[in-house]
Unconditional design. Structure first.
Length: 281
């Protein structure tokens, strides 16, 4: 018979994971809809009562987004422009009720190829912090994501949160999403970009990621290198810059459509880095 635990200390939560496999539940916005037609048959560890794991905090060289921080928490936090892309993604995750309950880390651990938060977190160069009774470790997001619905989290580990490094200077970010409608829709293509800008507006460093066009969201290092040292110019974005991607066709769009749409969204994202007011274009 399935069991349900809701510990109030981190040590108790880690002990429960060490004792046997459990589904970790935070907001439940992915877990419960997927099981609407049947009674729960898995052991659940509800971490929503763990203290100190919700408030987004800042340190000298990074920010921490803990595992219980919701999309609404992110949108309401006093964060600099480098987080504007992540805020834009947060605004498109379900409706207000989902944003109030759903967590960024839950979206990440679900590891859907179309998860809205993942491309932006890749562009932010996020690290994932994990804890178990064996100790703690950090993985870059690229190392954490192994494939559709697959991550590097061991069964006895809990994702404690995300660590976002501070850029050395001014930085700007953008997130663009294509779906069948504006909101409450699964992505066809997503593009996220974070640019560290020089005083003259040239790109000092650029990180670009595309989601829903591969088994996992991917960075585009060739594009990043091609645009470094230039002013943001959509004309510099070429079809060949999408080469790390492997779009698949499904009911939402063919592989060819995703490739064409991805190229267009990439160009719009680079244009938006030059003129932030164009980010919603």
């Amino acid at each position: 018979m399935a069991s349900y635990l809701r510990p109030t200390t981190l040590s108790d939560a880690l002990a429960a994971l060490a004792a046997g496999r459990r589904v970790v539940l935070a907001g439940g916005t992915d877990h419960f809809p997927a099981r609407a037609d049947r009674a729960p048959d898995e052991d659940i560890l509800d971490i929503s009562a763990l203290p100190g794991l919700r408030r987004i905090t800042a340190a000298a060289d990074h920010w921490v987004i803990p595992c219980l921080a919701t999309w609404t928490d992110l949108r309401e936090a006093a964060l600099p422009p480098v987080f504007d892309g992540l805020r834009a993604a947060a605004a498109q995750v379900g409706g207000v009720q989902v944003q109030n309950a759903g967590t960024l880390c839950g979206n990440l651990c679900n590891a859907s190829p179309a998860a809205d938060g993942i491309p932006v977190l890749l562009a932010l160069d996020a690290e994932v912090e994990l804890a178990s009774l064996r100790g703690r470790r950090r993985l870059r997001l690229e190392e954490f994501l192994l494939g559709p619905r697959r991550t590097a989290r061991a069964p006895d580990e809990l994702v404690l949160g995300l660590r976002i490094p501070r850029p050395p200077g001014a930085a700007r970010s953008v997130f663009l999403k294509l779906g069948a409608r504006a909101y409450l829709v699964i992505s066809i293509v997503m593009v996220a970009a974070v640019a560290e800008l020089e005083a003259d507006g040239r790109i000092g460093a650029l990180r670009v990621a595309v989601g829903a066009c591969s088994p996992v969201a991917r960075r585009l290092p060739v594009l990043e290198a091609a645009l470094a040292g230039h002013h943001p110019d959509p004309a510099l974005v070429r079809a060949g810059h999408l080469s790390p991607l492997a779009p698949l066709g499904d009911i939402r769009g063919s592989a060819a459509y995703r490739s064409a749409a991805g190229l267009e969204l990439l160009r719009r994202a680079i244009a938006a880095l030059a003129a932030p007011e164009r980010a919603a274009a």
